[in-house]
Design a protein around this ligand. Structure first.
Ligand SMILES: *Cc1c(COP(=O)(O)O)cnc(C)c1O
Length: 423
Protein backbone atom coordinates (compact mmCIF):
# COMPACT_ATOMS: atom_id res chain seq x y z
CA UNK A 1 0.00 0.00 0.00
CA UNK A 2 1.18 3.53 -0.76
CA UNK A 3 2.35 5.57 2.24
CA UNK A 4 0.66 8.78 3.35
CA UNK A 5 3.67 10.70 2.07
CA UNK A 6 3.43 9.09 -1.37
CA UNK A 7 -0.31 9.68 -1.51
CA UNK A 8 0.20 13.28 -0.57
CA UNK A 9 2.60 13.77 -3.48
CA UNK A 10 0.03 12.28 -5.86
CA UNK A 11 -2.70 14.42 -4.34
CA UNK A 12 -0.82 17.66 -4.96
CA UNK A 13 -0.51 16.72 -8.64
CA UNK A 14 -4.13 15.57 -9.02
CA UNK A 15 -6.43 17.32 -6.56
CA UNK A 16 -7.35 20.99 -6.80
CA UNK A 17 -5.47 23.08 -4.23
CA UNK A 18 -8.69 24.74 -3.07
CA UNK A 19 -9.75 21.53 -1.34
CA UNK A 20 -7.86 21.42 1.97
CA UNK A 21 -7.30 18.70 4.59
CA UNK A 22 -6.77 19.02 8.34
CA UNK A 23 -4.09 16.30 8.53
CA UNK A 24 -1.78 15.10 5.73
CA UNK A 25 -2.44 11.44 6.64
CA UNK A 26 -4.44 9.18 4.35
CA UNK A 27 -7.05 7.00 5.99
CA UNK A 28 -6.93 3.24 5.80
CA UNK A 29 -9.80 2.49 8.19
CA UNK A 30 -11.83 4.04 10.96
CA UNK A 31 -14.26 2.88 13.61
CA UNK A 32 -15.37 3.52 17.17
CA UNK A 33 -13.32 6.50 18.26
CA UNK A 34 -10.20 6.01 16.13
CA UNK A 35 -8.87 6.63 12.63
CA UNK A 36 -5.90 4.64 11.30
CA UNK A 37 -3.83 5.85 8.36
CA UNK A 38 -2.15 3.79 5.64
CA UNK A 39 1.12 3.84 7.62
CA UNK A 40 -0.60 2.31 10.66
CA UNK A 41 -0.62 5.57 12.66
CA UNK A 42 -3.68 6.04 14.86
CA UNK A 43 -5.61 9.13 15.87
CA UNK A 44 -8.31 9.38 18.49
CA UNK A 45 -11.17 10.99 16.61
CA UNK A 46 -12.58 14.23 18.06
CA UNK A 47 -13.92 15.30 14.65
CA UNK A 48 -16.32 12.56 13.47
CA UNK A 49 -15.84 13.83 9.92
CA UNK A 50 -17.31 17.18 11.09
CA UNK A 51 -20.18 15.80 13.20
CA UNK A 52 -21.17 13.19 10.62
CA UNK A 53 -20.26 9.79 12.06
CA UNK A 54 -22.32 10.19 15.24
CA UNK A 55 -23.02 6.43 15.12
CA UNK A 56 -19.32 5.76 14.40
CA UNK A 57 -17.58 4.80 11.19
CA UNK A 58 -18.85 1.63 9.54
CA UNK A 59 -21.49 1.19 12.24
CA UNK A 60 -22.63 -2.46 12.04
CA UNK A 61 -26.29 -1.75 11.23
CA UNK A 62 -25.31 0.84 8.60
CA UNK A 63 -22.88 -1.56 6.91
CA UNK A 64 -25.51 -4.30 6.84
CA UNK A 65 -28.26 -2.02 5.48
CA UNK A 66 -26.00 -0.57 2.79
CA UNK A 67 -24.81 -4.03 1.73
CA UNK A 68 -28.37 -5.33 1.46
CA UNK A 69 -29.57 -2.28 -0.49
CA UNK A 70 -26.65 -2.16 -2.91
CA UNK A 71 -27.47 -5.72 -3.96
CA UNK A 72 -31.18 -4.90 -4.58
CA UNK A 73 -30.81 -1.66 -6.58
CA UNK A 74 -28.49 1.35 -6.45
CA UNK A 75 -30.55 4.12 -8.07
CA UNK A 76 -33.81 4.63 -9.88
CA UNK A 77 -34.31 8.33 -9.00
CA UNK A 78 -37.22 8.88 -6.61
CA UNK A 79 -38.68 11.37 -9.13
CA UNK A 80 -38.81 8.60 -11.75
CA UNK A 81 -39.56 5.35 -9.90
CA UNK A 82 -40.05 5.73 -6.12
CA UNK A 83 -39.17 3.25 -3.35
CA UNK A 84 -40.11 2.59 0.28
CA UNK A 85 -36.93 3.67 2.09
CA UNK A 86 -37.32 7.31 0.97
CA UNK A 87 -40.85 7.34 2.38
CA UNK A 88 -39.70 5.62 5.59
CA UNK A 89 -36.91 8.19 6.15
CA UNK A 90 -39.45 11.01 5.72
CA UNK A 91 -41.87 9.34 8.15
CA UNK A 92 -39.12 9.04 10.75
CA UNK A 93 -37.87 12.60 10.30
CA UNK A 94 -41.44 13.90 10.64
CA UNK A 95 -41.78 11.95 13.89
CA UNK A 96 -38.40 12.70 15.46
CA UNK A 97 -38.00 16.46 14.76
CA UNK A 98 -39.39 19.02 17.25
CA UNK A 99 -43.05 20.06 16.84
CA UNK A 100 -46.23 18.05 17.35
CA UNK A 101 -47.85 19.40 14.15
CA UNK A 102 -48.30 17.59 10.84
CA UNK A 103 -45.09 17.53 8.81
CA UNK A 104 -43.65 16.61 5.43
CA UNK A 105 -40.03 16.02 4.37
CA UNK A 106 -38.00 16.19 1.18
CA UNK A 107 -34.57 14.59 0.74
CA UNK A 108 -31.41 16.04 -0.83
CA UNK A 109 -27.67 15.30 -0.99
CA UNK A 110 -25.85 17.92 1.07
CA UNK A 111 -26.46 20.41 3.81
CA UNK A 112 -26.11 23.36 1.46
CA UNK A 113 -28.73 21.85 -0.82
CA UNK A 114 -31.12 21.40 2.12
CA UNK A 115 -30.64 25.05 3.11
CA UNK A 116 -31.23 26.21 -0.48
CA UNK A 117 -34.45 24.21 -0.57
CA UNK A 118 -35.66 25.51 2.80
CA UNK A 119 -35.28 29.03 1.37
CA UNK A 120 -37.10 28.03 -1.82
CA UNK A 121 -39.98 26.58 0.21
CA UNK A 122 -40.22 29.57 2.58
CA UNK A 123 -40.21 32.05 -0.32
CA UNK A 124 -42.77 30.06 -2.27
CA UNK A 125 -45.09 29.59 0.72
CA UNK A 126 -44.94 33.24 1.88
CA UNK A 127 -44.55 35.03 -1.45
CA UNK A 128 -41.85 37.17 0.26
CA UNK A 129 -38.22 37.62 -0.87
CA UNK A 130 -35.97 38.33 2.14
CA UNK A 131 -33.95 35.89 4.24
CA UNK A 132 -32.53 36.96 7.60
CA UNK A 133 -29.34 35.34 8.87
CA UNK A 134 -26.94 36.03 11.74
CA UNK A 135 -23.39 37.14 12.39
CA UNK A 136 -20.98 34.14 12.47
CA UNK A 137 -23.49 31.95 10.60
CA UNK A 138 -22.39 29.08 8.38
CA UNK A 139 -24.86 27.56 5.95
CA UNK A 140 -22.72 26.16 3.09
CA UNK A 141 -20.66 26.89 -0.01
CA UNK A 142 -23.12 27.11 -2.92
CA UNK A 143 -23.92 30.56 -4.27
CA UNK A 144 -27.00 31.18 -2.13
CA UNK A 145 -25.50 29.56 0.96
CA UNK A 146 -22.26 31.55 0.59
CA UNK A 147 -24.47 34.63 0.77
CA UNK A 148 -26.06 33.22 3.94
CA UNK A 149 -22.65 32.38 5.45
CA UNK A 150 -20.94 35.19 7.37
CA UNK A 151 -17.20 34.56 7.10
CA UNK A 152 -15.22 35.81 4.11
CA UNK A 153 -12.02 33.70 4.30
CA UNK A 154 -11.99 30.97 3.18
CA UNK A 155 -15.65 30.53 2.24
CA UNK A 156 -16.55 33.61 0.17
CA UNK A 157 -13.36 35.41 -0.82
CA UNK A 158 -13.48 36.30 -4.54
CA UNK A 159 -16.41 33.94 -5.16
CA UNK A 160 -19.04 36.68 -5.57
CA UNK A 161 -21.28 38.24 -6.66
CA UNK A 162 -23.65 36.60 -4.24
CA UNK A 163 -27.41 36.05 -4.20
CA UNK A 164 -29.49 39.04 -3.10
CA UNK A 165 -32.22 39.59 -0.49
CA UNK A 166 -30.02 38.23 2.31
CA UNK A 167 -29.86 40.38 5.49
CA UNK A 168 -27.55 39.81 8.44
CA UNK A 169 -28.32 40.74 12.05
CA UNK A 170 -26.40 40.32 15.33
CA UNK A 171 -26.19 36.94 17.02
CA UNK A 172 -26.39 36.44 20.77
CA UNK A 173 -22.74 35.73 21.65
CA UNK A 174 -22.51 36.15 25.43
CA UNK A 175 -18.70 36.21 25.60
CA UNK A 176 -18.49 39.01 23.04
CA UNK A 177 -21.70 41.03 23.45
CA UNK A 178 -21.17 42.03 27.05
CA UNK A 179 -23.35 39.16 28.26
CA UNK A 180 -26.63 40.53 26.88
CA UNK A 181 -29.50 38.36 28.06
CA UNK A 182 -31.36 36.41 25.39
CA UNK A 183 -34.45 38.62 25.28
CA UNK A 184 -32.40 41.82 24.96
CA UNK A 185 -30.16 40.35 22.26
CA UNK A 186 -33.24 39.16 20.35
CA UNK A 187 -34.89 42.60 20.64
CA UNK A 188 -31.75 44.17 19.14
CA UNK A 189 -31.85 41.78 16.16
CA UNK A 190 -35.61 42.14 15.69
CA UNK A 191 -35.41 45.92 15.70
CA UNK A 192 -32.78 45.78 12.98
CA UNK A 193 -34.96 43.46 10.87
CA UNK A 194 -38.02 45.67 11.28
CA UNK A 195 -36.17 48.91 10.53
CA UNK A 196 -33.86 47.72 7.74
CA UNK A 197 -35.86 44.98 5.99
CA UNK A 198 -39.48 45.20 7.13
CA UNK A 199 -41.09 42.13 8.66
CA UNK A 200 -43.62 41.87 5.83
CA UNK A 201 -40.76 41.37 3.33
CA UNK A 202 -39.15 38.51 5.27
CA UNK A 203 -39.77 34.95 4.05
CA UNK A 204 -37.47 33.19 6.49
CA UNK A 205 -35.36 33.68 9.56
CA UNK A 206 -32.56 31.10 9.36
CA UNK A 207 -30.50 30.23 12.43
CA UNK A 208 -28.23 27.51 13.80
CA UNK A 209 -29.46 26.81 17.38
CA UNK A 210 -25.78 26.42 18.29
CA UNK A 211 -23.48 27.81 15.62
CA UNK A 212 -21.03 25.35 14.08
CA UNK A 213 -18.25 26.68 11.86
CA UNK A 214 -18.84 30.17 13.31
CA UNK A 215 -17.39 29.12 16.68
CA UNK A 216 -19.80 26.88 18.59
CA UNK A 217 -21.57 30.03 19.72
CA UNK A 218 -24.36 29.17 22.17
CA UNK A 219 -26.93 31.98 22.29
CA UNK A 220 -28.05 33.23 25.70
CA UNK A 221 -31.14 31.43 27.06
CA UNK A 222 -34.30 33.05 25.73
CA UNK A 223 -32.76 34.26 22.44
CA UNK A 224 -34.18 31.46 20.28
CA UNK A 225 -37.63 31.46 21.95
CA UNK A 226 -37.93 35.25 21.50
CA UNK A 227 -37.06 34.98 17.81
CA UNK A 228 -39.48 32.09 17.44
CA UNK A 229 -42.25 34.15 19.03
CA UNK A 230 -41.53 37.15 16.80
CA UNK A 231 -41.46 35.00 13.65
CA UNK A 232 -44.86 33.54 14.49
CA UNK A 233 -46.38 36.98 15.00
CA UNK A 234 -44.75 38.36 11.82
CA UNK A 235 -45.69 35.43 9.56
CA UNK A 236 -42.01 34.67 9.03
CA UNK A 237 -40.90 31.06 8.52
CA UNK A 238 -38.53 30.10 11.37
CA UNK A 239 -35.89 27.77 9.90
CA UNK A 240 -33.52 25.95 12.26
CA UNK A 241 -30.31 24.79 10.60
CA UNK A 242 -29.63 21.65 12.64
CA UNK A 243 -27.17 20.26 10.13
CA UNK A 244 -24.31 20.19 12.66
CA UNK A 245 -26.33 20.04 15.90
CA UNK A 246 -28.76 17.32 14.90
CA UNK A 247 -29.03 13.59 15.46
CA UNK A 248 -28.15 13.33 19.17
CA UNK A 249 -25.01 15.48 18.99
CA UNK A 250 -26.03 17.95 21.71
CA UNK A 251 -27.58 15.40 24.09
CA UNK A 252 -31.03 15.56 22.55
CA UNK A 253 -32.08 14.52 19.06
CA UNK A 254 -32.13 18.19 18.06
CA UNK A 255 -30.66 21.27 19.74
CA UNK A 256 -33.91 23.26 19.44
CA UNK A 257 -35.47 20.88 21.95
CA UNK A 258 -33.32 22.21 24.81
CA UNK A 259 -35.38 25.40 24.87
CA UNK A 260 -38.63 23.88 23.64
CA UNK A 261 -38.37 25.76 20.33
CA UNK A 262 -40.41 24.29 17.47
CA UNK A 263 -39.07 25.47 14.09
CA UNK A 264 -41.41 25.70 11.08
CA UNK A 265 -38.71 24.07 8.95
CA UNK A 266 -35.52 22.27 9.95
CA UNK A 267 -32.55 21.53 7.71
CA UNK A 268 -30.75 18.23 8.33
CA UNK A 269 -27.64 16.53 6.95
CA UNK A 270 -24.28 15.52 8.49
CA UNK A 271 -25.24 13.01 11.24
CA UNK A 272 -28.32 11.72 9.43
CA UNK A 273 -26.93 8.65 7.65
CA UNK A 274 -23.76 7.38 9.36
CA UNK A 275 -21.47 8.92 6.74
CA UNK A 276 -23.46 8.49 3.54
CA UNK A 277 -24.48 11.67 1.75
CA UNK A 278 -28.06 12.56 2.61
CA UNK A 279 -29.86 15.75 3.63
CA UNK A 280 -33.41 16.79 4.33
CA UNK A 281 -35.85 19.60 4.90
CA UNK A 282 -38.57 18.68 7.37
CA UNK A 283 -41.37 20.95 8.47
CA UNK A 284 -44.95 22.11 8.62
CA UNK A 285 -47.11 20.26 6.08
CA UNK A 286 -48.81 23.46 4.85
CA UNK A 287 -45.44 25.09 4.04
CA UNK A 288 -43.83 22.01 2.52
CA UNK A 289 -46.93 21.16 0.46
CA UNK A 290 -47.30 24.74 -0.81
CA UNK A 291 -44.80 23.97 -3.56
CA UNK A 292 -46.22 22.68 -6.87
CA UNK A 293 -45.53 19.09 -7.98
CA UNK A 294 -42.07 18.92 -9.57
CA UNK A 295 -40.86 22.09 -7.82
CA UNK A 296 -38.53 20.20 -5.48
CA UNK A 297 -36.12 17.37 -6.17
CA UNK A 298 -32.82 16.40 -7.75
CA UNK A 299 -31.34 13.38 -9.46
CA UNK A 300 -29.71 11.83 -6.41
CA UNK A 301 -31.78 13.30 -3.57
CA UNK A 302 -32.80 10.47 -1.24
CA UNK A 303 -30.62 7.90 -2.98
CA UNK A 304 -31.73 4.42 -1.84
CA UNK A 305 -28.34 3.46 -0.38
CA UNK A 306 -28.21 6.69 1.63
CA UNK A 307 -31.82 6.14 2.77
CA UNK A 308 -31.03 2.60 3.92
CA UNK A 309 -28.05 3.97 5.83
CA UNK A 310 -30.18 6.69 7.44
CA UNK A 311 -32.78 4.20 8.65
CA UNK A 312 -30.00 2.06 10.14
CA UNK A 313 -28.26 5.07 11.69
CA UNK A 314 -31.47 6.31 13.34
CA UNK A 315 -32.15 2.79 14.61
CA UNK A 316 -28.63 2.75 16.10
CA UNK A 317 -29.25 6.12 17.79
CA UNK A 318 -32.38 4.72 19.44
CA UNK A 319 -30.91 1.33 20.28
CA UNK A 320 -27.73 2.73 21.87
CA UNK A 321 -29.47 5.87 23.22
CA UNK A 322 -26.83 8.10 21.67
CA UNK A 323 -28.49 11.24 23.05
CA UNK A 324 -27.66 9.95 26.53
CA UNK A 325 -24.17 9.00 25.29
CA UNK A 326 -23.67 12.59 24.11
CA UNK A 327 -24.67 13.90 27.55
CA UNK A 328 -22.19 11.52 29.21
CA UNK A 329 -19.40 12.53 26.82
CA UNK A 330 -20.24 16.18 27.48
CA UNK A 331 -20.02 15.70 31.24
CA UNK A 332 -16.62 13.97 31.07
CA UNK A 333 -15.22 16.38 28.49
CA UNK A 334 -16.66 19.44 30.21
CA UNK A 335 -14.95 18.58 33.49
CA UNK A 336 -11.53 18.17 31.86
CA UNK A 337 -11.94 21.34 29.76
CA UNK A 338 -12.99 23.20 32.91
CA UNK A 339 -9.78 22.10 34.62
CA UNK A 340 -7.71 23.29 31.65
CA UNK A 341 -9.55 26.63 31.66
CA UNK A 342 -8.92 27.04 35.39
CA UNK A 343 -5.15 26.86 34.94
CA UNK A 344 -4.65 28.33 31.44
CA UNK A 345 -5.61 32.00 31.05
CA UNK A 346 -5.70 31.65 27.25
CA UNK A 347 -9.04 29.88 27.61
CA UNK A 348 -11.70 32.60 27.65
CA UNK A 349 -14.63 30.21 27.73
CA UNK A 350 -15.65 26.56 27.60
CA UNK A 351 -19.00 26.26 25.84
CA UNK A 352 -21.32 23.99 23.91
CA UNK A 353 -23.74 21.24 24.76
CA UNK A 354 -23.49 17.47 24.95
CA UNK A 355 -20.78 16.12 22.65
CA UNK A 356 -20.46 19.50 20.88
CA UNK A 357 -18.00 21.41 23.08
CA UNK A 358 -15.35 24.02 22.37
CA UNK A 359 -12.86 26.35 24.00
CA UNK A 360 -12.25 29.89 22.80
CA UNK A 361 -8.60 30.96 22.91
CA UNK A 362 -7.57 34.58 23.57
CA UNK A 363 -4.57 36.64 24.59
CA UNK A 364 -4.63 36.26 28.42
CA UNK A 365 -6.41 39.02 30.25
CA UNK A 366 -8.15 40.29 27.06
CA UNK A 367 -10.84 39.15 24.64
CA UNK A 368 -8.39 39.48 21.73
CA UNK A 369 -8.64 36.26 19.68
CA UNK A 370 -5.42 34.23 19.41
CA UNK A 371 -5.72 32.10 16.25
CA UNK A 372 -1.96 31.34 16.27
CA UNK A 373 -2.13 29.77 19.75
CA UNK A 374 -5.26 27.91 18.70
CA UNK A 375 -3.52 26.47 15.63
CA UNK A 376 -0.45 25.55 17.70
CA UNK A 377 -2.52 23.65 20.29
CA UNK A 378 -4.43 21.87 17.53
CA UNK A 379 -1.16 20.94 15.76
CA UNK A 380 0.24 19.59 19.02
CA UNK A 381 -2.87 17.39 19.35
CA UNK A 382 -2.45 16.10 15.79
CA UNK A 383 1.23 15.29 16.39
CA UNK A 384 0.35 13.39 19.57
CA UNK A 385 -2.45 11.33 17.99
CA UNK A 386 -5.65 13.31 18.57
CA UNK A 387 -7.68 14.66 15.66
CA UNK A 388 -9.18 18.03 16.62
CA UNK A 389 -10.74 20.81 14.54
CA UNK A 390 -10.70 24.58 14.85
CA UNK A 391 -13.46 27.01 13.91
CA UNK A 392 -14.77 30.49 14.60
CA UNK A 393 -14.96 33.82 12.82
CA UNK A 394 -11.58 34.66 14.38
CA UNK A 395 -10.11 31.13 13.94
CA UNK A 396 -9.60 30.93 17.70
CA UNK A 397 -11.98 28.16 18.73
CA UNK A 398 -10.92 24.55 19.29
CA UNK A 399 -13.95 22.32 18.87
CA UNK A 400 -14.57 18.74 19.89
CA UNK A 401 -17.01 16.45 18.08
CA UNK A 402 -16.23 12.83 18.96
CA UNK A 403 -18.32 10.01 17.51
CA UNK A 404 -21.04 9.27 20.08
CA UNK A 405 -19.88 5.64 20.24
CA UNK A 406 -16.36 6.57 21.38
CA UNK A 407 -15.23 4.28 24.23
CA UNK A 408 -14.49 5.64 27.73
CA UNK A 409 -10.81 4.74 27.25
CA UNK A 410 -10.57 6.52 23.89
CA UNK A 411 -12.31 9.58 25.30
CA UNK A 412 -10.00 9.68 28.33
CA UNK A 413 -6.96 9.11 26.11
CA UNK A 414 -7.98 11.95 23.83
CA UNK A 415 -8.51 14.29 26.75
CA UNK A 416 -5.05 13.37 28.15
CA UNK A 417 -3.49 14.39 24.82
CA UNK A 418 -5.49 17.60 24.79
CA UNK A 419 -4.50 18.38 28.37
CA UNK A 420 -0.82 17.88 27.50
CA UNK A 421 -1.15 20.01 24.33
CA UNK A 422 -2.12 22.99 26.50
CA UNK A 423 1.19 22.47 28.38
C1 LIG B 1 -21.90 21.71 7.31
C2 LIG B 1 -23.02 22.65 7.45
C3 LIG B 1 -23.76 23.07 6.32
C4 LIG B 1 -23.42 22.65 4.91
O1 LIG B 1 -23.50 21.27 4.76
P1 LIG B 1 -22.76 20.58 3.50
O2 LIG B 1 -23.20 19.16 3.56
O3 LIG B 1 -21.29 20.77 3.72
O4 LIG B 1 -23.22 21.30 2.29
C5 LIG B 1 -24.83 23.92 6.54
N1 LIG B 1 -25.16 24.33 7.78
C6 LIG B 1 -24.48 23.95 8.87
C7 LIG B 1 -24.89 24.42 10.22
C8 LIG B 1 -23.37 23.11 8.74
O5 LIG B 1 -22.66 22.75 9.82
Amino acid sequence: MATSEELHKRRVEAVARGVGSTIPAYVDRAGGGTITDVDGRRWIDFAAGIAVTNVGNSAPRVVEAVRAQVERFTHTCFMVAPYESYVAVCEQLNAVTPGGFEKRSALFNSGAEAVENAVKIARHATGRPAVVVFDHAYHGRTNLTMALTAKNMPYKHRFGPFAGEVYRVPMSYPLRDGGLDGATAAARSIEMIEKQVGAENVAALLIEPIQGEGGFVVPAPGFLPALREWATAAGVVFVADEIQTGFCRTGDWFACAHEGVEPDLVTLAKGIAGGLPLAAVTGRAELMDAVHVGGLGGTYGGNPIACAAALAAMETMRELDLAAAARRIGAVMGERLGAIAARDRRVAEVRGRGAMLAVEIVVPGTLTPDPAATAAISAACHAAGLLTLTCGTYGNVLRFLPPLVISDDELAGGLDILDAAFG
